[in-house]
Ligand binder design. Structure first.
Ligand SMILES: Cc1cc2nc3c(=O)[nH]c(=O)nc-3n(C[C@H](O)[C@H](O)[C@H](O)COP(=O)(O)OP(=O)(O)OC[C@H]3O[C@@H](n4cnc5c(N)ncnc54)[C@H](O)[C@@H]3O)c2cc1C
Length: 268
């Protein structure tokens, strides 16, 4: 069945990392008053390639619902068709339009909000930005219910930490938001965290368990309970390339986490 296509007009495009060739986009859907989605979902963008073949790629929405606007964060993939198509969209004031369908996907926050560890690498931070905007809306009422929210964000170099100053400002304003960027190939002058996201996620869990007096590995839930009834006081949301997602899932499983506590989105 053909999906209903929406036209999204480019309202703003900004290169947020020259080195990583990463772009932030703001689109408006003029035919809608409100584009309804849950933070963390994605849109499917559609365009014909050089041979006239229709290509479709998924892109996480990098913002919280906001009228008929949505934002994307996309980096160029070498030899890739769609990422370059988007990165090459003509800059304003000419503007450009793209075709999309959606929203799609189940990578959304559990309600009610619990303590949450958001784990991302690269543009996997896009849905996390959407979550954070929806939990801590600027000028709006806090939806985090005072729960602890960690963002563990891994990149190779300082130059490819996207939205760094935005997350720093949020952490300064919200005591229950903890921003942990970590670099796998840091320069000597980097004073922040180093290494892979898995290590820092494990440390958060160990410290939290010690504070709450909980055993590790966590004991399995009552097997008599059906999976649909299982609830947890902490969830992890992981987004990025498969290798990282698998690494974090393995680490969490070793710490006794249940698969239902681990929500993930893989980009490849
Ligand atoms: C649910 C979902 C959400 C996504 N959200 C985003 C997002 O917010 N931002 C974003 O930039 N991307 C996102 N992606 C990835 C995106 O859909 C494309 O795969 C990516 O832009 C590459 O497409 P392309 O047409 O440029 O490359 P293609 O022409 O499809 O591929 C070219 C080559 O690059 C390799 N490749 C494909 N994807 C990647 C990748 N992500 N990283 C490295 N190599 C790759 C392929 O194996 C191939 O060899 C998401 C993917 C999924 C499934």
């Amino acid at each position: 069945m053909a999906r209903e296509l929406l036209t999204a007009r480019l309202e703003r495009k900004e290169c947020i990392s020259d080195v990583a060739q990463c772009y932030h986009f703001v689109f408006v859907i003029d035919e809608l008053v409100s584009f309804n989605f849950a933070a963390g979902q994605f849109v499917s963008a559609v365009a014909p390639d050089a041979n006239g073949k229709q290509q479709t790629r998924a892109y996480s929405i990098a913002s919280a619902p906001n009228g008929n606007r949505f934002e994307l964060c996309v980096n160029r993939v070498e030899e890739g068709f769609f990422s370059n198509h988007l990165a090459d969209l003509p800059d304003l004031p000419i503007g450009a339009e793209i075709q999309i369908h959606g929203p799609h996907g189940h990578f959304i926050l559990h309600e009610p909000i619990t303590d949450s560890i958001l784990v991302a690498t690269g543009t996997g931070v896009a849905p996390m930005r959407g979550y954070l905007q929806s939990l801590f809306p600027e000028g709006g009422s806090d939806r985090s219910n005072g729960k602890q929210i960690w963002l563990v964000y891994g990149t190779r170099y300082e130059s490819d930490i996207y939205y760094h100053s935005e997350f720093e400002a949020l952490a300064a304003r919200q005591p229950n938001f903890h921003y942990l960027p970590t670099l796998s190939r840091a320069q000597e002058n980097w004073t922040g965290l180093r290494g892979y996201v898995q290590e820092h996620v494990a440390r958060i869990i160990e410290e939290r368990a010690a504070q709450l007096g909980q055993p590790l590995p966590a004991p399995p839930p009552d097997p008599a309970l059906p999976a649909s009834e299982l609830t947890f006081d902490i969830y992890a949301y992981i987004c990025g390339l498969n290798e990282m997602v698998s690494g974090v899932r393995e680490r969490l499983t070793a710490l006794g986490w249940h698969r239902k506590q681990i929500v993930f989105e893989r980009y490849d």
